[in-house]
Design a protein around this ligand. Structure first.
Ligand code: NDP
Length: 401
């Protein structure tokens, strides 16, 4: 293959410098994903699993591999605005790699300025930061490392469901601030036992959340475009809802796990949130733009929502004055759930596997594909709809100022 230029956008190194001190020595070795999908299988890796790979100096462990094959690799965190390194380097790039945590928004405008671009790899899951319609129209392959961090996110979602219902964060702050007023500490704290918990999207993450919530003795609900096998419904005691309105009306907690695509953009708006039970909780670890920004703020202020948590925002990074940073009764994290040190090892290996295929002219696994050959393909054909959801992403430049 002719020399390829690869532009890789990763988040900044730790403030205290790279490498950081690691809390543990290594990570467990997993044999396969639930359901049997095989783990990423590159010919080799040049990194230590469990080390920080998702920041600029970690470089997804790709540099030696890419350069030894005679290709060039640019790694940058500078991704937003017309003067960014990304925008300058993209003009003659063949491949772009980006993580959803620090997304390189590959808009139609940027695609138009990158005539050589043929492959956009998501180091993670969720390729909505690419204008998929423009990728379809320009015959750019879009792929992601399906399953690499699905369980990581499911664990984070369960943590945030419990954090909201039990009202953990204020209690933690009370202790840190030297207080001990128990009445204050429990004024918004409930048991989840007996509540109704629903997921929107019962794919890899949604199903893993349902399985993890089952032992809490809650009533489990879900909605999805495709129904789960009857055996799974029976084992978990699931109630299926053919539409999201029906689900939100009966649930105390709603956890969102569908991709962001035109069907789901701003799905949780004033109208849908208005149909929820008063005092419900939303956990959104899918994509920030599935929820309408101001509708969430308003619902928390009026008490229609008792709490909101998640780790996904729009855009990313969100400006310093993004109202989700300061709205009441939230338990937000930055977009971290899918980039634990454990997850990074899997998606770094997955990106290497994809690049090995690309350089060797071998097919990329079907399960990794979102767009190929001018249409939605593989996992993308199952879970996405055509179109673009990157509109407004240029607001990410405001983080800098
Ligand atoms: P999957 O593709 O396994 O699951 C997504 C599910 O959502 C599918 O079952 C799909 O349905 C369903 N879905 C699609 N559209 C709708 C809709 N309109 N209404 C209801 N359900 C719908 O992906 P994962 O579970 O692995 O990941 C889901 C999403 O989570 C990703 O797309 C990404 O946005 C986000 N994510 C976030 C991460 C983080 O770090 N916070 C990390 C990883 C993922 P079907 O296929 O049946 O049509």
């Amino acid at each position: 293959m002719a020399k390829q230029k690869i532009v890789c956008v990763l988040y900044d190194d730790p403030v205290g410098g790279y490498p950081p001190q690691y809390a543990r020595q290594g990570i467990p070795v997993l044999a396969a994903y639930p359901g049997g999908q095989t783990m990423p299988s590159p010919a080799a890796i040049d990194f230590v699993p469990g080390e920080l790979l998702g920041s600029v100096s970690g470089g997804l462990g790709l540099r030696n591999f890419v350069e030894s094959r005679g290709h060039s690799l640019v790694i940058t965190a500078d991704k937003d605005g017309p003067d960014s390194v990304l925008e300058k380097e993209l003009v003659d790039a063949d491949v772009v790699i980006s993580q959803p945590f620090w997304p390189a928004y590959i808009t139609a405008d940027r695609i138009a300025k990158a005539p050589n671009l043929r492959l956009a790899i998501t180091a993670g899951i969720g390729s909505d930061h690419v204008d998929l319609q423009a990728a379809i129209d320009r015959n750019i392959t879009v792929c992601e490392v399906t399953y690499c961090n699905s369980i990581s996110v499911a664990e984070h979602a369960v943590m945030q469901i419990l954090a909201l219902v039990r009202d953990y964060i204020p209690q933690y702050h009370l202790v840190v601030n030297g207080g001990w007023n128990i009445a204050d500490a429990i004024s918004r704290s409930y048991d989840i036992e007996g509540m109704s918990v629903g997921v929107v999207g019962s794919g890899r993450i949604g199903l893993a959340v349902l399985k993890r919530m089952k032992p809490f003795d809650v009533a489990l609900h879900y909605t999805d475009r495709h129904r789960l096998p009857t055996q799974v419904e029976e084992e978990l005691g699931l109630t299926f809802h053919s539409d999201v309105e029906s689900l939100v009306k009966v649930c105390d907690v709603v956890s969102i796990h569908c991709p962001l695509h035109p069907e789901t953009e701003h799905l949780f708006n004033d109208e849908l949130i208005g149909k929820m039970k008063r005092g419900s909780y939303i956990v959104n670890t899918a994509r920030g733009k599935i929820c309408e920004r101001n509708a969430i703020v308003k619902a928390l202020e009026t008490g229609q929502l008792a709490g909101y948590a998640g780790d996904v925002w729009f855009p990313q990074p969100p400006p310093k004055d993004h109202p989700w940073r300061t709205m009441p009764n939230h338990a937000m994290t930055p977009h971290t759930s899918g980039t634990s040190l454990s997850a990074q090892a899997r998606y770094a290996a997955g990106v290497r596997e994809i690049l090995e295929c690309w350089f060797d002219g071998r097919p990329i696994r079907d399960e990794y594909l979102i767009v190929q050959g001018g249409h939605l393909a593989g996992a993308g054909a199952h879970s996405y709809s055509e179109g673009d959801t990157t509109g407004g992403s240029d607001e990410a430049t405001r983080f800098k100022t």
